[in-house]
Design a protein around this ligand. Structure first.
Ligand code: ZN
Length: 270
């Protein structure tokens, strides 16, 4: 059975593994970091071997990847899996923003029922069955969500039942929720969010969630983001209430890359 490394290390963006089986354009692998659409979170983008993954889908506990025609891979072949790092991180940030917003919405509107959710790279949405207008509580939900994000609380992700692959996330003193998605390590990584209300139909309310600031990079660094911080230099440029802001310089082969830091923060001299 496929080993889902994206649970143990959701920040890993490259993995060496072997082809476990194939049938035409479809393959399975022994281990994977490539998330397949589930729980509303979209699949990753990336490659297995030298082939683009056109589709990733779950089948029971297995994940089936559809590759481009003529991939030439067979059982036992060593392959490298690479996923789009930016996309995965956006999905993880929006996913967790949605987790917080959903939890808060259920607290403010006791009898509300979630009827759908979708996490894409540019925004997340949650749909509710609700006769009223959700705008009444949107501002307070946004404010409370930002408190939780600013508090930079630890997010624990673990199995509730390893045999059946049931997982949960938990923030001590806030909530414990079943979910098999890829979760951040700390709430601060979500960054600033903005909520918008939509009315997709009678008796239905939608909350759209947008990320409006880049992630605080010091938090990414603490999780050894797929090894890409190797050889990087960090400069502390500011310390706010709960977040350390770093200047982030990576000597890449193509030259020096400088990544932006927290919202609106000016770079200091090296
Ligand atoms: Zn989740």
């Amino acid at each position: 059975m496929i080993k889902k490394v994206f649970w143990k290390d959701p920040y890993l963006t490259q993995l060496e593994t072997y082809i476990a089986g194939f049938k035409g354009d479809e393959i399975t692998v022994e281990q994977t970091i490539f998330f397949a659409f589930s729980g509303g979170q979209e699949s990753d983008d990336g490659t297995i071997g030298n082939s683009r993954v056109l589709q990733a889908r779950t089948e029971g506990k297995e994940i089936i990847y559809t590759l481009e025609q003529g991939h030439g891979l067979k059982r036992g072949d060593p392959v490298s899996i690479q996923i789009d790092r930016e996309r995965r991180y956006q999905l993880m940030r929006l996913h967790f923003a949605a987790e917080i917003v959903l939890e808060l919405t259920c607290r403010h509107l006791k009898s509300v029922r979630k009827i759908g959710a979708h996490i894409a790279q540019d925004k997340a949405r949650i749909d509710f069955e609700w006769g009223g207008n959700i705008s009444n509580v949107l501002a307070v939900i946004q404010k409370e969500a930002l408190w939780i994000i600013e508090a930079n609380q630890e997010i624990i992700s673990a199995f509730s039942n390893e045999e059946t692959e049931e997982r949960y996330w938990e923030i001590a003193g806030f909530a414990r929720v079943p979910c098999g998605g890829t979760h951040l390590k700390r709430t601060g990584e979500v960054g600033e969010i903005e909520l918008k209300r939509k009315n997709p139909g009678k008796g239905k309310e939608r909350i759209e969630i947008f990320l409006i600031s880049p992630p605080p990079l010091d938090l990414i660094l603490t999780h050894k983001w797929g090894g890409w911080t190797q050889g990087a230099k960090f400069y502390v440029v500011n310390k706010s209430k709960s977040l350390l802001f770093f200047k982030f310089v990576i000597p890449a082969e193509a030259g020096i890359q400088v990544f932006p830091v927290g919202p609106g923060f000016p770079f200091s001299r090296e």
